[in-house]
Design a protein around this ligand. Structure first.
Ligand code: 13P
Ligand code: SF4
Length: 302
């Protein structure tokens, strides 16, 4: 592994490349990553960098987002099978139909979606800025896709905006039930419960904190508490255990695993960077239209 890590680091320098890694990746990926974090943070880094190559250790929509906003850069996804189950729940035609059935409202698109879908939307959002983005539109009604759970969570929090949601979800988070949280409260009465808003809204309301993957890690960093129940993918828990060995972390269920996120290996990162393969390409018309939606989000999130 040491040899692999050294080789990747050397290649990064030679090729003026950076590696962006999502916090659900296999933890060894961090040893070669320049930035590790949530979808918003990584898309900001993809926009800011002056690297020639971005290797995206994440899933397809994340690498595609990097290409949309940094078209002049070569963006590589080490394992092209790393998709997102939620993003795959809506295609371009389903999106157009959804809009037709609910006219006269702006469309907010969760970043977990394809470029073709983003191209039809007004503004993008991530789990860390969804409230801010919907609020910024200043309208009584919005369409929200594909994540119904996040959309309904936003509606619950903002109170004065009707959020019409598409029927998509993340199977990893959607599987968490109210009884799982109630059980955790009983078993770990001193623990703080930190929840990702891709969970059902009736689950999210039971958390001490609701936020993105980076938000959850930031909460722990600032907290004086010693025990935390983590209600998101296992990668976040792994990183917290590594970074705070004196604190206790309990993963809400042991099946909180995003298989796609775990597909990327150090071998594949090396191979794609060395041979510059598995490049993300996009139709320029789709790219430009989807860029509007992401750029608008980045402006509001500054
Ligand atoms: P974050 O933006 O919180 O990293 O979430 C992305 C994701 O896919 C969660 O399942
Ligand atoms: Fe997609 Fe869910 Fe995996 Fe996140 S955890 S990348 S939403 S399948």
């Amino acid at each position: 592994m040491k040899y692999l890590i050294e080789k990747i680091k050397k290649l990064k320098e030679e090729k003026n490349a950076i590696i962006l890694a999502h916090s659900y990746q296999n933890i060894e990926v961090d040893s070669v990553a320049d930035f590790v974090g949530d979808s918003l943070y990584l898309s900001q880094k993809a926009k800011e960098t002056d690297a020639d190559i971005i290797v995206f250790a994440g899933v397809y929509f994340m690498a595609q987002t990097a290409k949309i906003i940094s078209p002049e850069k070569k963006v590589l996804l080490p394992n092209l099978n790393a998709g997102c189950l939620m993003a795959d729940m809506i295609n371009h035609d389903q999106m157009v139909n959804f809009k037709k059935n609910h006219p006269n409202a702006p469309v907010v698109c969760y970043i977990n979606s394809t470029a073709e879908v983003k191209a039809e939307c007004d503004i993008c959002c991530t789990s860390s800025n969804a409230l801010k983005i919907v609020k910024s539109l200043n309208t009584p009604k919005v369409l929200f896709l594909p994540d119904a759970n996040l959309g309904k969570w936003v509606e619950k929090k903002l109170k004065d905006v009707e959020v019409i949601t598409y029927d998509g979800n993340c199977p990893v988070h959607h599987g968490v039930e109210i009884r799982d949280i109630e059980l955790a409260r009983k078993k770990y009465p001193n623990a703080k419960i930190l929840i990702h808003p891709e969970c059902k809204p009736e689950v999210s309301v039971l958390g001490d904190y609701v936020g993105s993957t980076s938000g959850i890690m930031e909460y722990v960093r600032k907290s004086k508490d010693r025990q935390f129940v983590i209600v998101t993918e296992k990668g976040v828990c792994d990183r917290l255990e590594r970074d705070y060995p004196d604190k206790k972390f309990i993963l809400i269920k042991n099946n909180m695993l995003c298989e796609s996120m775990k597909l990327t290996t150090l071998d594949e990162i090396l191979y794609s960077l060395e041979h510059e393969v598995n490049e993300i390409t996009l139709d320029e018309n789709v790219r430009k239209r989807s860029a509007n939606c992401i750029e608008r989000m980045l402006k509001v999130s500054k």
